[in-house]
Each structure stands twice: as structure tokens, then as C-alpha cells.
Design a protein. Structure first.
Length: 136
């Protein structure tokens, strides 16, 4: 069941574990992936699939924040935002106390780049641990 921050809304979905695997593989090869590509590669079907995906990414962001790890959702970007995630990524990070700034512009770009760098280092140095990349 979800808590006040929305944690756990989609982790029971059959595609949630695959979503984590795809994000971690993208981190290993130091690449981002668009929301549409991620939804397609994880077989999220039906209407509102991008909405369900972004909710799941928020759940994962909350999980990553609680474990102290890099934010794996930073790998997923909007094709319409020049390599940045959608505004919801920044809003959710702000709600968690991770980010203080606008959802666009230089400050957002720097925050996103720093999170990507944290992911790339973790993926390259020690990889991800535990079931579905959760810290053990």
C-alpha cells in the first residue's frame, strides 16, 4: 500500500521489476532513455501508460532516497525537454527534500547531471545490489 509520498503504487505490477532492470542497464552503458522507450521496453500496455510509468518512477525515487542511493529515475527523460526528465521528477525530488529549484533551466540541468553522474559511478564501480537493484 502507498504511503503519503506515493511509495508502492506500482511495485506489485509485473513490469516494475523490468523497469528497474532497464534503468540499471541504461546506467551501466551511461545512456538515458525516454519515457516512451521505457514504457515500450517494459511492456506497459493500455491507456495512461506514461502516467503509470511516471508514478512508478516516483515510487522508485522515494525508495532510492530512503536507501541513500542515486536516483535511478534520472535515467528516464522526456523527449520534449532537451534531455531532462519531466517536471514531475523535479517536483517529486523537491517534495523529498532532494532538490530546491525550478523544473527547467540551468539549475535543473545541473541537478539532473549530478544524479546521472552518481548513477554512472555506482553502475560502473560496484553495480547495483539486492533484488531489483535495491540496496541490501
Amino acid at each position: 500500500m502507498s504511503d503519503a509520498k506515493g511509495f508502492g503504487r506500482h511495485d506489485h505490477e509485473p513490469w516494475f521489476a523490468l523497469m528497474i532492470e532497464v534503468l540499471e542497464e541504461q546506467a551501466r552503458v551511461k545512456r538515458t532513455i525516454t519515457y516512451a522507450e521505457l514504457a515500450e521496453s517494459t511492456n506497459i500496455a493500455g491507456p495512461y501508460r506514461i502516467h503509470r510509468l511516471t508514478e512508478a518512477l516516483e515510487d522508485l525515487t522515494t525508495r532510492d532516497h530512503r536507501s541513500g542511493g542515486p536516483i535511478r529515475a534520472a535515467i528516464a527523460i522526456s523527449k520534449a525537454r532537451d534531455g531532462l526528465p519531466g517536471p514531475g521528477f523535479f517536483e517529486h525530488c523537491a517534495a523529498l527534500g532532494l532538490y530546491f529549484g525550478p523544473d527547467h533551466g540551468p539549475q535543473a540541468e545541473i541537478f539532473h547531471r549530478l544524479e546521472l553522474n552518481r548513477l554512472f559511478v555506482k553502475a560502473g564501480d560496484q553495480g547495483f545490489t539486492g533484488k531489483n537493484g535495491d540496496e541490501s
